[in-house]
Design a protein around this ligand. Structure first.
Ligand SMILES: [Zn+2]
Length: 252
């Protein structure tokens, strides 16, 4: 076996063992059927407009391509995200940008009521997140990795984890990485999604966030991460996740 064949074979073996119940995106739709006979539904919960699509826009496209429903939940409307604008002005601009990005990805946007930069964990916020997720009846939820430099990302992660428990572990829970090295820390993936066929479309969605100067970070940060994760599984572009398996215990 020459080197090229060996790399190809190693990559195929690795991908065969993945990912989120979809071993071959768009080719093996039987694997995308939930236990209730419907297509699997993916819900991604991010703290700010641009988080779901930048952390896992390729995966969202892959699920859509496989015929699954996909929902993008934004915990805030990006109120603090544009210098020189009021919260209301900024929120209006960023909701429009996120809605446009969701159109490119062909997914449904949902906006919750926390405030960018001031996200909080309270009894009421636990309930808000639980109800927002329950309303979608997801098979899979992806959210922020809990060890992250951005406080809003940590809040989001904590609220989603609590919803997973309080909803009786009725969906699979995965964590996504955000600018690993700068934001996410100590992130060691358990699952990968090959997004090589979707990287261009994901990039188009990220460039909908014009108020965030996408030219400054899309290719450098997310392009770099996709290529790095792609190398780990011998494909061009990949997104990586940590799958949190439920630990069954009599104490829980
Ligand atoms: Zn964010």
């Amino acid at each position: 076996m020459d080197r090229r064949e060996m790399i190809k074979k190693a990559g195929a073996a690795f991908m065969g063992a993945s990912v989120m119940g979809i071993p071959a995106f768009g080719q093996d739709n039987a694997n995308n059927v939930s236990t209730n006979g419907k297509k699997k539904k993916l819900v991604v919960v991010g703290a700010h407009p641009d988080d779901p699509e930048s952390c896992c826009g390729g995966t969202m496209l892959a699920f859509r391509n496989a015929g699954c429903e996909v929902v993008s939940i934004y915990m805030t409307k990006g109120e603090a995200g544009i210098k020189g604008k009021t919260h209301d002005e900024s929120a209006a601009i960023r909701v429009k940008e996120a809605t446009n990005a969701c159109k490119v990805l062909d997914v449904k946007p949902v906006f919750l009521t926390q405030i960018d930069g001031s996200c909080e964990i309270t009894k009421e916020r636990y309930t808000e997140m639980k109800e927002a997720i329950a309303a979608e009846k997801p098979d899979i939820v992806i959210t922020h990795w809990p060890i992250d430099s951005h406080p809003d990302h940590r809040v989001c992660s904590s609220l989603v984890y609590d919803a997973w428990r309080r909803l009786g572990y009725t969906f699979e829970l995965y964590y996504m990485e955000a600018m690993t090295g700068l934001q996410s820390q100590s992130f060691f993936p358990t699952d990968y999604v090959n997004i090589s066929d979707f990287a261009d479309k994901k990039r188009e969605a990220l460039f909908c966030h014009t108020s965030q100067d996408p030219a400054d970070w899309v290719d450098d940060w997310h392009g770099g991460m996709e290529k790095f994760r792609g190398r780990e599984i011998a494909c061009k572009n990949a997104e990586a996740f940590v799958h949190l398996k439920r630990v069954k215990s009599d104490l829980l």
